[in-house]
Design a protein around this ligand. Structure first.
Ligand SMILES: Nc1ncnc2c1ncn2[C@@H]1O[C@H](COP(=O)(O)OP(=O)(O)OP(=O)(O)O)[C@@H](O)[C@H]1O
Length: 266
């Protein structure tokens, strides 16, 4: 499966929110969208999913223009997780089963139920099936919404800050699940604020500023003090250690004095 975003411009209420956005997504790729608040990451994901029609340019899925496709067809290919959860009094299992909507006939089959239960246990929410969604914590809700997307079995996942409410263990687990899903012949684009998490799990990073892609490439190629200053306007030090990179605030390094320790020179 190949998704191609071709020269997209998006204008919302006369404001140009995205411009000259162009890239491709191939099978097996996990792509992070990094950028400051308001830089256009959510708008890009919404445009790819077809919720926003670009003023110019287009999104192509396997060579077909996405905006010409039926919504039922789109949701079998693209799974979109929005940034905000909608509130509902539905039971957890029914929220997850909504992910099966593209496949369900009159009512869910045993197989649909099995897939939904498996997705819940995959995100560590087995046993929550009969709880009310509205009564869960922020992180629990986020995991349930992720289970919903996983059981949709779409080929490309569009995840808007999927780890924002999660503790460190859950963040790593969720990114691990996304990575394994991608390795099984799928792809994902993830808007995320944690640069270290993005660099640890993603094959490619797109750095967005003012609605435009400023840098694109492998984490080790494009994450450096200059690109972060350019895009975020903040001084950091990027430490390369054992093929990994760590982004730490300049101020933190100077006051904590742990840089040499990390590099094994302590
Ligand atoms: N309907 C709209 N009308 C006008 N401007 C909009 C509209 N929706 C979004 N914007 C603006 O578009 C810009 C990009 O917003 P977007 O939500 O895509 O940013 P983001 O990178 O996802 O931000 P964050 O990291 O804070 O979630 C922002 O300046 C926002 O105010």
């Amino acid at each position: 499966m190949i998704l191609r975003i071709e020269n997209i411009k998006v204008v919302l209420n006369s404001v140009e929110v995205l411009r000259d956005v162009e890239f491709e997504v191939r099978e097996g790729e996990l792509i992070a969208l990094l950028g400051p608040n308001g830089s256009g990451k959510s708008t890009l994901l919404r445009t790819i999913f077809g919720l926003i029609k670009p003023a110019c340019g287009a999104v192509y899925l396997n060579g077909r223009k996405l905006h010409d496709m039926q919504i039922a067809e789109v949701v079998k290919s693209l799974g979109y997780l929005p940034q905000e959860n909608s509130e509902t009094k539905l039971r957890v299992i029914d929220v997850v089963l909504l992910g099966r909507t593209p496949y369900i006939g009159i009512k869910p089959s045993w197989e649909d139920l099995e897939i939904a239960r498996e997705a819940l246990s995959m995100v560590g929410m087995g046993g929550f099936e009969n709880r009310r969604f509205s009564e869960l914590s922020g992180g629990e809700k986020q995991k349930v919404m992720l289970a919903r997307i996983f059981c949709q079995q779409a080929k490309l996942l569009l995840l808007d800050e999927p780890t924002s409410h999660l503790d460190i263990k859950s963040q790593i687990e969720v990114m691990g699940i996304v990575k394994r899903t991608v390795n099984n012949g799928k792809a994902a684009i993830v808007a995320i604020h944690d640069i270290n998490l993005a660099a640890s799990f993603c094959n490619r990073i797109l750095m967005v500023k003012n609605g435009k892609i400023f840098y694109a490439g492998r984490p080790t190629e494009i994450i450096n003090a200059e690109s972060i200053m350019d895009v975020f306007g903040i001084e950091v030090e990027v430490i390369h250690h054992k093929n990994r990179i760590f982004v730490v605030p300049q101020e933190g390094i100077e006051s904590a004095g742990w840089r040499d320790e990390v590099l094994g020179r302590g």
